[in-house]
Design a protein around this ligand. Sequence first.
Ligand SMILES: O=C(O)c1cc(=O)[nH]c(=O)n1[C@@H]1O[C@H](COP(=O)(O)O)[C@@H](O)[C@H]1O
Length: 238
Amino acid sequence: MTKPLIIALDFPDWPTAEAFLDQFPKGEHLFVKVGMELFYKTGPDVIRALKARGHRIFLDLKLHDIPNTVHSALTVIGQLGVDYTTIHAAGGSEMLQAGVAGLKAGATKAQVKPAKLLAITQLTSTSQSQMQTEQLVQATLPESVTNYAQIAQQAGCDGVVCSVQEVPLIHAQTGIDFDCVTPGIRPATSQTNDQKRSATPLAAAQAGSSAIVIGRPITQATNPYQAYQTIKAEWEQK
Ligand SMILES: O=C(O)c1cc(=O)[nH]c(=O)n1[C@@H]1O[C@H](COP(=O)(O)O)[C@@H](O)[C@H]1O
């Protein structure tokens, strides 16, 4: 099976997201990411609408709270029947374990397939110098990311969100079945925007990314379907 290319639906409401999706041929089943902006506006209705169109869903709410709160929230998310969801590794192993248990409890309750739980490591908008000066982390950025990956794997998470640069290091440590989902993807001709650790679709494929996440180079393209096809071809080239 080809590895997923996940389109970030970073839109303010459902009509805008729907108008974007309507630019793709009918019957084209996509893998889409619903983030905080769209989900806070629509609630679970957006999940139902996307499922009805046959799309796979990454619900990206990046939970980070005390273990009890995260357990309860992920029990609710687990009932939605999405494919991937996110939690912050920085919350620590106890919180991650609570999240894993909550997600499973929700899926069991709703009798749906459990989502894969991905731990956010260092955001792709973070540079090493920013991490060291603002988070007071003495380690290098790859060391911080691989440390989070190890904690996430031990806690029972299915994978991490990281940049393409860290994928080979993580896989060497965790094995390739542990997902490395990589945002910050930019075709060579695109602007990097706020992304600090970006890479091309081809570099992601060569590094062994399990899936790529890409928003603006597709959502803000003059012809989104054409941009999607070009990026997909590069991602699937290797
Ligand atoms: O969890 C994410 O998806 C995520 C983690 C991360 O470290 N960096 C990152 O960019 N993202 C998300 O990936 C998407 C990237 O969008 P673009 O920069 O427009 O391609 C956004 O929806 C971000 O919220």
